[in-house]
Structures are given as structure tokens and as C-alpha cells.
Design a protein around this ligand. Structure first.
Ligand SMILES: Cc1cc2nc3c(=O)[nH]c(=O)nc-3n(C[C@H](O)[C@H](O)[C@H](O)COP(=O)(O)OP(=O)(O)OC[C@H]3O[C@@H](n4cnc5c(N)ncnc54)[C@H](O)[C@@H]3O)c2cc1C
Length: 308
């Protein structure tokens, strides 16, 4: 439990409406996707970087552990307040500060939900590829801290590959900026990449500068059923070996296929041992060519099973 004088200081910094110490509130911030639970001593919802800096200075001086938290959907346990302390929730920092269509970059606060950001940039004909399956609720700050990546990482890479710069509050409360807004930023240590994937252990991310891409004109998705796992595995290396990098290459084994068939009755034959879902994107003409070539390459490896 936090001493009342410390709690009073936290309340002075963020306001009483942004601090919770009741058991029912603590329970709501003591879990993540690991399904483990630990009770914090307090949950704090700061509204800006200065408040975060003051909280960190106080916590540092008083030797209190601080656990940054976005949506709590991480699988690494980094947001779990093991041993007590403060859960510092960043979801009030949820603004897209700018989308620069001339330089293809965006600046955001960490509490922006991933899918919301993707939709906003797509309205402007731009593209932010990292697509963890949690994108409907996870935050961009959490994605950076976990270096999250989804199916599109085959072609585009993971979150780290899109982070150009960060603003971070260090455990001492100092605010630093790393990286920048130019692709060529070659001098000094690459603190930006160090912070990506650091799971909240090095500081609180308070701003992110992302690189964006032009939105691909079209995409095409194909599904091939294989009579062996080996065939599906060989299909992956054959496609890439033929110098086609699909946007996604999703693999499902027999057990997964059975579950899908049981739930959705899609008509997947029981002899199907594996499925590959292959997606290509880009210029309309190019993807038609790529899709035709992929089908040509994959058909002999499917062992007489169907593709589409
Ligand atoms: C259903 C589901 C599907 C998923 N699919 C994928 C997937 O396809 N690919 C993949 O890579 N991951 C996936 N994940 C895990 C993924 O890492 C998280 O969903 C997401 O990146 C975490 O975001 P969050 O906002 O929930 O962060 P939280 O869970 O709140 O935090 C995650 C970590 O980041 C730290 N953190 C959060 N915000 C900040 C901040 N502002 N500054 C510093 N540290 C911070 C926390 O301390 C913690 O260590 C999935 C999770 C779920 C539940």
C-alpha cells in the first residue's frame, strides 16, 4: 500500500479523478493476456507527458515500481504489477497529432488504438502495415513496446520497422527524444530500435513518429489446401525462392482445419493436412501476374488438393 503522503502527491499531479486505489478498480488493471493477476497499489491515468514525468520522478525518489499499460492485451506480462506499485495507464494520451501526407510520416500519442490509426491513414491513401491480431483494441504504444507484428510482416516487417522516432519518459522522469523524421538518421546509438520491444522496462513511450507507405492499389487472397504439411512448407520456400514476397503467408495445420470446419462447415476435405492463405498486394496488374504465378508454383505441391 502506498503511504498517504505519496498518494496525495500523485493526486496533486494528475487529479483525484485519475487515481484509483479501490480494490474493484485495482482488479481491472491487474491482468493482461497471460491470464495472470497481480494487484497494484494504485492505478494512475496521466493526461500528458509532464504528468508522466512528475510521476516517474516521484516513483524514482520513493523507490516505487511503475508498470506502463496500454490496453492490457500483451502476452509477455510486462504490464502486470507483480510485487505491487503503480500501474500507469497511457490511454488518455490518445491523439493522432499529425499525418504528414507530403513526407509520409505520422506523429501519434501512445494510447491510440492500432486499427483506428490504420483507418485514419487509409482515408488519406496511406498505409500503416503492422497488423497484430489484437489491432481492434491494442494501443500503438503497446505495439511499439512489444514490437508487435502480424501476418503482413512477411512483406512489410514488424512495428519496429515503422518507428522513426520516439519521445520517452525515463525512469528518472527525464524526457528524451530519439530518432527523427528523416529516413537517413545514421549518427549515434540507435535508441529507437532499443526501445522497440523493451516491454516497458526502459521508459514510458509518450509520442511515436511512424513511417507510412502509399496504400497499395489492390490485394488478392488465395487459399490452397495441401495433402501434407511438407507440401505447404515447400510451397512457402518455392514462392519466395521465385522472388515473390507475398503480403501474408498464413499456415494452418490439420488440427486447426478441423476446428474451423467444425465451426463454419466450409467444406474443407478431411484429407487436407494443411492450408496456406496467401495474399499479394500492390499494383493491380502486378498482383494478377503474381497470383497466376503463385498458383502455377503451388499446384504441383498441393498433392491434388484444391486451390482458389
Ligand atoms: C487476441 C490477441 C491477439 C494478438 N495478436 C498478436 C499478433 O498477431 N502479433 C503480435 O505481435 N502480438 C499479438 N498480440 C500481443 C500484442 O503484443 C499485444 O496485443 C499488443 O502489442 C499490446 O498492446 P497493449 O496496448 O494491449 O499493451 P499492454 O498489454 O498494455 O502492454 C504490453 C507491454 O507494453 C508496455 N507498454 C504499454 N504501453 C507502453 C508505453 N506507452 N510505453 C512503454 N511501455 C508500454 C507494457 O508495460 C507491457 O510490457 C495479441 C494479443 C491478443 C490478446
Amino acid at each position: 500500500m502506498l503511504e498517504s503522503r505519496i498518494l496525495e502527491q500523485i493526486i496533486t499531479i494528475v487529479g483525484s479523478e485519475n487515481v484509483a486505489t479501490e480494490r474493484q478498480d485495482l482488479l481491472c488493471y491487474g491482468y493482461d493476456a497471460t491470464q495472470m493477476e497481480f494487484l497494484p497499489d494504485a492505478v494512475v491515468h496521466p493526461g500528458n507527458v509532464d504528468e508522466i514525468s512528475q510521476i516517474m520522478k516521484l516513483a524514482n525518489a520513493e523507490n516505487i515500481h511503475v508498470f506502463p499499460r496500454g490496453a492490457g492485451s500483451g502476452f509477455t506480462g510486462g504490464a502486470l504489477p507483480k510485487g505491487g506499485g503503480i500501474v500507469l495507464v497511457v490511454t488518455r494520451l490518445n491523439r493522432i497529432l499529425r499525418i504528414d501526407t507530403e513526407n509520409l510520416i505520422a506523429e501519434v500519442e501512445p494510447g491510440v488504438v492500432t486499427e483506428q490509426f490504420q483507418m485514419e491513414v487509409e482515408k488519406l491513401g496511406l498505409f500503416y502495415p503492422p497488423d497484430p491480431a489484437s489491432l481492434k483494441f491494442s494501443t500503438l504504444g503497446g505495439n511499439v513496446a512489444e514490437n508487435a507484428g502480424g501476418p503482413r510482416c512477411v512483406k512489410y516487417g514488424v512495428t519496429r520497422d515503422f518507428v522513426m522516432g520516439l519521445e520517452v519518459v525515463l525512469p528518472t522522469g527525464d524526457i528524451i527524444r530519439t530518432g527523427g523524421e528523416t529516413y537517413k538518421g545514421v549518427v549515434g546509438y540507435d535508441l529507437t530500435r532499443l526501445l522497440c520491444g523493451s516491454e516497458g522496462t526502459l521508459g514510458i513511450i509518450t509520442k511515436i513518429i511512424f513511417k507510412l507507405l502509399p496504400l497499395p492499389e489492390a490485394k488478392k487472397t488465395m487459399l490452397t489446401i495441401f495433402d501434407s504439411i511438407d507440401g505447404a512448407a515447400r510451397a512457402v520456400s518455392t514462392i519466395i525462392g521465385n522472388k515473390i514476397i507475398p503480403t501474408t503467408l498464413e499456415f494452418m495445420d490439420h488440427a486447426t482445419l478441423q476446428c474451423v470446419e467444425k465451426r463454419f462447415s466450409l467444406g474443407i476435405p478431411d484429407s487436407g493436412r494443411a492450408v496456406l492463405i496467401i495474399e499479394v498486394d500492390g499494383d493491380r496488374e502486378l498482383i494478377e501476374k503474381q497470383a497466376a504465378r503463385i498458383q502455377e508454383l503451388v499446384r504441383p505441391l498441393a498433392g491434388g488438393m484444391q486451390g482458389s
